[in-house]
Write a protein that binds this ligand. Structure first.
Ligand code: FDA
Length: 309
């Protein structure tokens, strides 16, 4: 009950511009946020990816930013992705990129978004670097899938994310598998109403596992994105029982979260990709991480008061 109220509170805060401004200008909070973010510059992100690659993990780089409402800012975000892709290729990193369509101008319309994202997918194609399209709130689900389908139809190597908490996602997973579009499955990080999304943890887990089984059986190279040991165990036992090879899927986790589990999966010989966000626009990303785990608030408070003490 308290956890759910706190989750709602942090997701609500994540939309408040003035709180974002305050947070971005509070050096102490910025330092705390860096537990979940690889740094504010591409150099720092590259360093983090090098370390991850050294430990056997792959990476997906996210240039932080979302809800961009003017064309020039969206073009700048796209240019930052092109630079990231060029750098991944130049450094020979084992990494791809993840982006949000509202950062690529989705609020300006699907056609504008397709124009803005074009240089990014072209850079991806030039260097054979996969582009994953993150999934945002349910207001964007249809448009996000439409953009992904249109890019895929043009021959671009793009994939999507489906959120297990949405009632529609199992059907979407089936459609993506049929279309040959790769899917990352996650539980879902936004505040959605009960009419369209499950709120019960058990039911979300059930949906997650159903989607994972469907995509594994379809040989669609799903990304299993979760830090939940139950989800990981369910997928592990399913692939063992079904004789599905470890090269036919990958686990994914967020930078700085459950490093113990990350190490264990690598030691057991599973493929693991870490989502590595970087940039100055860390506020909404950070608030979603607080919403997922209220105990993180204690971590923030301890850091703040610990520093003052
Ligand atoms: P759950 O929330 O049950 O957590 C399981 C355990 O993991 C916790 O008990 C705790 O130990 C640890 N944990 C989880 N979150 C933590 C946190 N913030 N801080 C510290 N520990 C934490 N969502 C979305 O809507 N669209 C998207 O595109 C993506 N993309 C994405 C990519 C990748 C690689 C990952 C791993 C996740 C996403 N997500 C996402 C986020 C996802 O929807 C979900 O909110 C989080 O992964 C948390 O759910 P878990 O499955 O980890 O389980």
């Amino acid at each position: 009950m308290l956890a759910s109220a706190l989750r709602g509170f942090f997701l609500w805060l994540s939309h408040l511009g003035w709180v974002a401004w305050l947070a971005l200008h509070t050096p102490l909070l910025r330092r705390v946020a860096l537990r979940f973010v690889a740094g504010t510059t591409l150099d720092q992100a590259v360093e983090a990816v090098r370390t991850l690659n050294g430990s056997g993990a792959m990476a997906t780089l996210d240039v932080l930013g979302e809800s961009v409402e003017d064309r020039a800012a969206a073009d700048r975000a796209a240019a930052a992705y092109v630079a990231t892709i060029e750098r991944i290729a130049a450094e020979g990193l084992d990494a791809n990129v993840s982006l949000k369509l509202t950062q690529m101008g989705l609020d300006l319309g699907v056609e504008s978004c397709l124009e803005i994202i074009a240089p990014v997918v072209e850079a991806g194609a030039r260097h054979a670097i996969f582009v994953r399209i993150d999934m945002e709130s349910a207001a964007y689900t249809d448009r996000t899938l439409e953009v992904a389908q249109r890019l895929h139809a043009q021959g671009c190597d793009v994939g999507v994310v489906l959120q297990a908490y949405l009632h529609r996602s199992l059907a979407d997973a089936r459609a993506m598998a049929q279309a040959g579009i790769r899917v990352r499955i996650c539980k879902g990080a936004y505040a959605e109403p009960a009419e369209i999304a499950w709120h019960d943890r058990g039911r979300i887990g059930q949906s997650f596992v159903e989607m994972a089984k469907l995509l594994l059986e379809a040989d669609a190279y799903p990304a299993i994105a979760s830090h939940d040991p139950e989800m990981i165990e369910a997928v592990r036992s399913f692939v063992e029982e079904s004789g599905i090879g470890r090269d036919r899927f990958e686990f994914q986790m967020l930078y700085g979260i459950r490093r113990d589990l990350q190490r264990a999966l690598l030691e057991q010989g599973y493929r693991l990709r870490i989502y590595v966000p970087y940039g100055t626009e860390w506020y909404p990303y950070f608030m979603r991480r607080l919403a997922e785990r209220p105990a993180n608030v204690l971590f923030v408070l301890r850091s703040v008061f610990g520093e003052r003490g």
